[in-house]
Each structure stands twice: as structure tokens, then as C-alpha cells.
Write a protein that binds this ligand. Structure first.
Ligand code: ATP
Ligand code: MG
Length: 399
């Protein structure tokens, strides 16, 4: 008996306005095809649904789908023509599999959007349920708390039968809302911030400020490892810029009082990031800051850092508790990498008593002693650039 297996993908574009609406499905399909390698012919778009027709075992494909932003949920479905006997065969087949997995009670939930089909949903429930009970007399019906529910959708394009709805990550397809540059440290927060923006459809690349020899290569490798996880979620390679931050740190720590170091470092990071954004068309910078989490993240300090550039700064974690951030970091697979013990650049040049209420006029007065364009140039002049996929890290020539 031949029954095709199709993956039925559900999405939710409600709430999208304007030109993003038609773009949504186009972009979602493109992203699904990129990570699954399916051909155009294996993807079918119909009535608010996407159908995928894999050639082999759909398991690996399901794993990929669970990480594609824009996918709300999906099911592996058996597809048969709208004939009662074929539907009964299919539901019996599903019941056999469910029995083997340990299910003892079931329920049928039929829906009919193809109104020309002669049986209504009630009649279908009865006919299909009856067929299952005859074929597998040990199974019982339980309409309230069944071990397994067989959903049957009678549509014009075919009848779809499935017993599981697997969760996608939701959100918007990556690329639909623009491009942004994430300030990615080796910490817990910034990778989560990047993930959240990707979930809102932003194609996120990253910049990591590295200070050799004060900070070891291990710290950089850790950031590239985080990049691999982010690349997997993005579904395409991400670019990681690694400017040379040493000279800025040395110079600032020589000219400024220690309490202001962190603020000044941050302002330089933002300036360098702004230059990268201008050259590579990023619409915003993204940071992992959360209000009040550490001494440097007070409202005054955030304002003072923000004043260094004219960029839009996105801080998706601003109102989050550490525990919430950690929970999400675990879920998305960055936590285990983030907690590896490698110092990040600011720990080394960390003042004992950081300023918590930086004043812009004071900060600017100190910066007046520094040759800002030269320092920014030194960071970009010795920059490394990497292209990172989930499996590969390759060095690009410096930009
Ligand atoms: P994280 O866990 O992301 O490191 P954090 O709580 O340690 O954050 P800070 O060290 O104050 O916070 O850094 C605040 C933000 O500044 C980070 O979330 C990150 O976006 C950015 N940042 C800090 N250090 C670097 C760096 N070396 N390279 C790139 N971005 C950095
Ligand atoms: Mg940090």
C-alpha cells in the first residue's frame, strides 16, 4: 500500500502589516529550502500552509524545521486521496505505530474543509474510529484524555492524517526585518540578545572586540563557537568581525581614571561597530545589556555609551532577569559555551570601582585628550573577519 509522507508546516503571519505580509511566505520557504536542501518541486504552498515532500526519512528534516524562525508548528502527515477506504488504511497504519510506541487510548479528530466530501466530520470520526477498533481491538477510545489523537484534515488537495504537532520556534523568517550587528562577547547575555533579534526576522552578524595578548586566543575561539550556534539558528553563515581592541584599551587605561574605563571602552566599541555598520549596511547595533544587571548597566551609563554614535541600539534583554536569560540560553544551546572559563577583554581592564553614573561632559572632556579617529582606525586596521557556519569557521581576508 503506498502512502506518501508529507510534512505540513504551519505559520502565523497575523499581525504582520504592509509589504512584510506577502514577503513572509516567500522568505520562509526560501529559508526552509536553504537549511533542508529541498528542491523547488519538493515544496508546495497552499492555502496558508506549506507542504514539504521529502524523499527519505523526514527525521533530520524535522530537526531543522524546529529551528527555522517563522515556523509555528509542523506535522509529519500521511497523505491519501479523499476516499474513505484509503483514509481508513492510513489511520490504521498510524494506530499501529502509536500502539508500538505505547499508546493505549485514542481519539479521532476529523475536519473537512473540502465540503464536497460526502461525510461530515462527525461521520468521519465514527467511520475511522470504527476501522481502528476493528483492526486493533486492544486500543480503546477516550475522547477526554487520549494517549494519542489522530487528526484528519480533508482538503481539496488531499487528506492529511497526523498524530503529532511539533513546535517550531515561531517568530519571523530571518532576513525579513533587516540586518543588524551584534556586539558579541563570550558571556551569557549577548548570544541570547542576538537570538532574540533573529527571532524577529533580523539577519544578525557579530563583532567581537579582541585584545591580544592580554586576552588569549581561547576567548576568541569561544566567541566563534557561539557564532556557530547562532549560524545554525540563522540558517546561513554569519560574519564575525574581530577588531583589534588592544591599543584602545591600553590608551584609555593610560589617560582616563579607572572608574571611567568601562564606559570609555564601550563608547569605542560602539564607534568601531558604527563604522562597520556603515560599511556593511547594518541598520542597528545589538547588545546583551539588561538594566541594572551590573554596575556598568545603569540608565546613566547606557545613555552615555549611546551618545557616542548615532546608531539605533537594540537591547532586547533590557528588562530581563539573569535567571530568565540563563533559561533561554540553555534552550537555544549557547549556555554551555558561554560558561566556559575564558576571561573577556573587559575583565582584564576592569576597574575596582566602576562609575555607575557617568556624566557625558566629563567623559567627553577626557576623550578630548585621545586621538579618536586614529584609535578607531587602529582597531579596524588589524581586524580579522570570519565566516561561520554551524560546522565550519573560515577566515576571510580583512575588510
Ligand atoms: P555578556 O554576557 O553578553 O558578556 P555582560 O552581562 O557580561 O554581557 P557587559 O560585560 O557589561 O555585560 O557587556 C555588555 C554588553 O556589551 C554585552 O552584552 C555585549 O553586547 C557588549 N560587549 C561587552 N564586551 C564585548 C566584547 N569584548 N566584544 C563585543 N561586545 C562586547
Ligand atoms: Mg560580558
Amino acid at each position: 500500500m503506498t502512502m506518501t509522507q508529507t510534512i505540513l508546516v504551519r505559520y502565523d503571519e497575523i499581525g504582520l502589516k504592509g509589504k512584510n505580509r506577502p514577503e513572509f511566505v516567500r522568505r520562509l520557504v526560501e529559508n526552509i529550502r536553504r537549511v533542508t536542501g529541498l528542491s523547488k518541486d519538493q515544496v508546495q504552498i497552499e492555502w496558508g500552509r506549506i507542504y514539504l515532500h521529502p524523499s527519505g526519512d523526514p527525521k533530520a528534516l524535522c530537526q531543522r524545521l524546529s529551528m527555522v524562525f517563522g515556523v509555528k508548528s509542523f506535522s509529519v502527515a500521511l497523505v491519501v486521496p479523499p476516499e474513505l477506504e484509503r483514509m481508513q488504511d492510513a489511520v490504521i497504519e498510524m494506530a499501529r505505530r502509536a500502539w508500538a510506541r505505547g499508546a493505549r487510548t485514542f481519539k479521532i479528530e476529523a475536519r473537512r474543509s473540502f465540503k464536497a466530501f460526502p461525510l461530515n466530520s462527525m461521520e468521519l470520526n465514527r467511520e475511522l474510529g470504527g476501522a481502528v477498533l476493528r483492526a486493533l481491538p486492544e486500543l480503546r477510545v477516550d475522547v477526554h484524555r487520549p494517549d494519542v489523537t489522530f487528526e484528519v484534515e480533508v482538503r481539496q488537495e488531499g487528506v492529511f492524517l497526523f498524530s503529532e504537532r511539533l513546535a517550531g520556534p515561531g517568530g519571523l523568517p530571518v532576513g525579513i526585518t533587516g540586518r543588524a550587528l551584534l556586539l558579541l562577547s563570550g558571556g551569557i547575555d549577548s548570544p541570547v540578545a542576538g537570538w532574540m533579534l533573529m527571532k524577529r526576522g533580523v539577519a544578525v552578524d557579530a563583532v567581537y572586540f579582541h585584545s591580544p595578548p592580554y586576552v588569549g586566543e581561547k576567548a576568541k575561539e569561544k566567541v566563534l563557537e557561539l557564532g556557530r550556534v547562532l549560524a545554525r539558528w540563522r540558517g546561513e553563515p554569519i560574519t564575525i568581525y574581530v577588531p583589534y581592541f588592544t591599543e584602545i584599551q591600553v590608551e584609555v587605561s593610560r589617560c582616563a581614571p579607572p572608574p571611567l574605563w568601562t564606559i570609555l571602552f564601550r563608547r569605542f566599541m560602539h564607534r568601531v561597530a558604527e563604522r562597520l555598520a556603515e560599511a556593511n549596511h547594518y541598520g542597528a547595533l545589538v547588545t546583551g545589556e539588561s538594566l541594572g544587571q551590573v554596575a556598568s548597566q545603569t540608565m546613566e551609563n547606557l545613555a552615555c555609551v549611546e551618545a557616542a554614535t548615532r546608531m539605533l541600539i537594540l537591547r532586547p534583554l533590557i528588562g530581563w532577569d539573569k535567571a530568565e536569560i540563563v533559561r533561554l540560553a540553555r534552550e537555544i544551546g549557547t549556555y554551555e559555551i558561554s560558561i566556559l572559563p575564558h576571561e573577556d577583554c573587559c575583565v582584564l581592564f576592569a576597574p575596582r570601582h566602576p562609575e555607575t553614573r557617568a556624566r557625558l561632559d566629563r567623559v567627553e572632556a577626557i576623550e578630548a585628550r585621545l586621538d579618536i579617529p586614529r584609535l578607531v582606525g587602529s582597531a579596524l586596521g588589524r581586524m580579522e573577519v570570519f565566516s561561520v557556519t554551524e560546522t565550519e569557521i573560515s577566515a576571510l581576508s580583512a575588510v
